[in-house]
Design a protein around this ligand. Structure first.
Ligand code: T5A
Length: 215
């Protein structure tokens, strides 16, 4: 149960660098949950609310140049809306909430890779979220160069960053996976179907009621 939230909700964040497969696997997870008749809510960050989706357009706009501090505050503004209007009410209703990115993204991208400082970012994030932590975080780990090769279409502002930035993000995730509580790391290389099986197995070991073991 999420800290400070009543009635049995469960909040799981999915993290990883660009092209690590979060959207692909979340889509497959939700199809599987639907087949099993398990109610859930899939949300993404930045976004997930009307204001958050507008913030997303600004923060990912490749034609905008914004400083790291503005970037951080935009992500946190989107998160404040998202937590207050979507995540907390869903958890209070006892729902399973699956989030495509949450606070570990901000620690990795802004706190570490952008160099804004992890402790400062943690404090601001705590203000934005009212201290709401996920019950667990799944890190899809993939070589950042492979992740970028997987990308299709026009790169957004963050995707357009140089390769060294994305390598710094990947190193940050590795460090955070060791230090943050409740992180499960899943290797995201290899065929999609195999990654999905590894993911389901890890989730069903931890939360068998929500992710029934295959059998
Ligand atoms: N950000 C976000 C911050 O800097 N701070 C923050 O606080 C937050 C919340 C968000 C951007 O904002 C940054 C991080 C991001 O740069 P986004 O569009 O939500 O932007 O970005 P991503 O979450 O990175 O979306 P991506 O689409 O790049 O990555 P995914 O979702 O991890 O990857 P996915 O599933 O779309 O897969 C990419 C491609 O790979 C293929 C898929 O078919 C797809 O084509 N693929 C595979 N190919 C081969 N083998 C496999 N196993 C594959 N799995 C997937």
């Amino acid at each position: 149960m999420s800290e400070g939230i009543g009635s049995g909700g469960l909040f799981i964040a999915f993290e990883g660098g660009e092209g690590a497969g979060k959207s692909t696997h979340l889509r497959r997870l939700t199809e599987r949950l639907e087949r099993a008749g398990i109610a859930h809510l899939l949300v993404r960050e930045p976004g997930g609310t009307p204001a958050g989706e507008r913030i997303r357009r600004i923060v990912l706009d490749r034609d905008l140049s914004i400083c790291p501090e503005t970037e951080l505050l935009l992500y946190l503004a989107s998160r404040a809306e998202f937590v207050k209007r979507v995540v907390k009410p869903a958890l209070e209703r006892g729902e399973l909430v699956l989030a495509d990115r949450y606070e570990m993204s901000t620690y990795a991208y802004q706190g570490i890779a952008r160099g804004l400082g992890l402790e400062r970012v943690r404090k601001l994030n705590e203000f934005a979220t009212g201290g709401l932590k996920p019950d667990g975080t799944v890190l899809l780990a993939l070589d950042p160069d492979v992740g970028r090769e997987r990308q299709r279409g026009q790169a957004d502002r963050l995707e357009s960053e140089h390769a060294d930035f994305h390598r710094a993000v990947a190193r940050a995730y590795t460090v955070l996976a060791e230090s943050e509580p409740g992180v499960v790391t899943i290797a995201s290389d290899g065929p999609t179907v195999e990654v999905q099986e590894r993911l389901w197995l890890a989730l069903s070991e931890r939360w068998p009621d929500r992710f029934p073991p295959a059998g």
